[in-house]
Design a protein around this ligand. Sequence first.
Ligand code: CMC
Length: 392
Amino acid sequence: SGMFTFDPGYTSTASCKSGITYIDGDKGELLYRGYPIDELAEQGDFLETCHLLLYGDLPTREQYEDFENRVTYHTMIHEQMSRFFTGFRRDAHPMAIMVGVVGALAAFYHDSTDISDPMQRDIAALRMIAKMPTIAAMAYKYSIGQPFVYPRNELNYAHNFLYMCFAVPCEEYKIDPVLARAMDRIFILHADHEQNASTSTVRLAGSSGANPFACIASGIACLWGPAHGGANEAALNMLQEIGTVDRIPEYIDRAKDKDDPFRLMGFGHRVYKNYDPRAKVMQKTAREVLDLVGVQDDPLLQVAQELEKIALEDPYFVDRKLYPNIDFYSGITLKALGFPTSMFTVLFAIARTVGWIAQWKEMIADPDQKIGRPRQLYIGPARRDYVPIQDR
Ligand code: CMC
């Protein structure tokens, strides 16, 4: 017994102190260690964003090179792990494979499971950041029946990932720098977002002292849901289902109808009650990529832009402060980059890994850290006596 605050969905509970990411939902502002997200996405790169999130500051040139070397040292996965992939059906959802393979890392890197040693915690972080693109690309290659492609460490993080996904053995591989840049930017935009559901899951799992690979696997599992990381996949499916601009009003009406479970995917956010600053950068990136791959008139982009315009003028969305979130435009961009929708959430997982692991490290290093253990309001039956089966 006792007095608890009843706060389902934790809309008014701060679960921790954190110095990593700041969101002002009313202003539509997102800062990583104080730096605005649009400045990082437009001027920085993903690896320096990783350094920033993990260690608190942007790296100097020298620190950058050192960090890059330390990350690329870990890009391979144990060769034995390739058997893990071939044990799955070819049509397995790549997120299912990610949960399994990432959790299994603990079986291969025993040294990094010692969380009492700060140096091992750091190595675990580097391993995870380095191996996620490799694992994700292998999941993709397996799903389309192509051979796995080993990482190439002289390419940058995003470029290497695209290479591992789209290179085929007997052909020279080339990618336009605009596309590699777009991938890098998508990774920056998704890198952290304070105490979202998957990050809270990682922290809760980590609060018991579980090893970091297991914690990240639990984060991946949480991210899979359509209300969270699965929203970009759901948003693109929705745009495809709508198909043409003339069908938009029908879907707007459905989204407003309380008897219809349909929601506008890629719209609304628990924290942002203003335009999601990531969606602004994402919209610009979408246009750049579509221009380059020659689909300026992509009907999906037209539907998205028109849908946004109509919704932003509709009192239902205005009153509830529902704006496009990052997922609204990311799906269109990822499709243009050549990814199937089943990979969208996987790409989100690659990017968010640094946020998860930075938050996990912050938590473990906190001397006041204790196991996360929410309470409940019990609404089940009162005490009653056991009845033998023949008397029920
Ligand atoms: N379409 C139509 N109505 C909506 C939508 C939407 N997308 N989002 C919220 N509403 C309505 C909701 O019905 C409610 O109306 P009322 O007050 O009349 O009952 C009101 O707005 C408040 O919604 P809520 O569900 O109480 O808000 P929440 O903070 O619990 O939900 C959300 C946030 C993101 C889950 C929700 O907006 C949603 O389901 N959006 C669509 C899915 C989506 O795009 N998710 C990606 C989130 S951003 C990336 C990430 O975090 O992974």
